[in-house]
Design a binder for this molecule. Sequence first.
Ligand code: GLA
Length: 392
Amino acid sequence: MNSKKLVSTIFIMAVMTLVVLNMTVESMYAAGEPARPQLDIVKAPFGETPSGEAIDIYTLTNAAGMSARIMTYGAIVVSLQAPDRDGNFDDVTLGFDTLDGYFKDSPYFGAIVGRYGNRIGDAKFVLDGETYTLARNNGPNALHGGVAGFDKRVWDAKVVRHNGQPALELSYVSEDGEEGYPGKLRCEVTYSLNNQNELTIEYRAKTNEATPLNLTNHTYFNLRGHQRLGDILGHELTLNANWYTPVDDTLIPTGEILSVKGTPMDFTSPHPIGERINSDDPQIKIGGGYDHNFVLNKIEADALTFGGRVYEPESGRVLEFYTTQPGVQFYSGNFLDGSNVGKGGVAYQYRYGFCLETQHFPDSPNKSQFPSTILHKNEDYHQVTMYRFSAR
Ligand code: GLA
């Protein structure tokens, strides 16, 4: 074969290979089927704050059809579509249809809370010999970062590549002295959704002066889904926690770390949330249900470990979470009372949602026996929590 013939034979073979390959791909996506699925992030405007700042909402979609909508106000997860056992998608989080809903009395629906998620006793702490006084926005205590915590701030957003996939990076700079906290703090929160239906939240921060820091996400879940919303008492919860931190009657930890054994706090094997929620246990009475920090069983501190699982028997939906954090606040929606009218005009009644706020222990700045929450100058803060959705 002369060289001209050889070149044309190779060319014809290459064209034929491409045609065959293309046919295979085409036959997988027959005419009329939806476009080829892929990981995608789409930005849209979501309104303005009362002071006129523009807010955007980003929709993260994966190849399995799951989607998460996250906005730049409060870095809030506005909705999360997850499949049930028959493959039907529904929104499994509480929140509002419009931005305005979040300005009046949102109980932290979907938000990133900071600087200090959860409570600081007597709204005070001492750091390096200096006393810092915070706003008392929860009885005598400081809750969730103050009057205007990170949940009420406008975050900058950009779409980045994270572990080879598109992700949404939100950043916020908290000025020195904001809400009474020391140091100028830069925070980055990265949301990513992969094709295994895992929503990962990665937190990073740096400060120019030592400050307490306890970032978490305050999403309220209801795995029944919005179309069949009801209370969460039938959801079965497992927590990888042999210990918890009991609280006083203002929900500040007493400082003890107690075993869950033989108490309604024992979720080391699955129990419906409602099974023991009306018991006479003094801790349950104080919390008005569950509103407690559980100490996660860790083999290695700071490693991403299994935190727990929630199963909703009617839909078959399962939520599992993994975290690098030492604790999780399990809150059974005890303060919901129907006054928040949310997505689709649904009034969120008593215990219509639960939260699993992965975190450091409450009041750590005043409890030297708890793992430290102080971020020192130029230190790197890094935490990861992953929520995995499935159905059975
Ligand atoms: C956290 C607290 C609860 C309550 C909610 C918001 O989960 O622990 O006591 O404040 O936030 O309503």
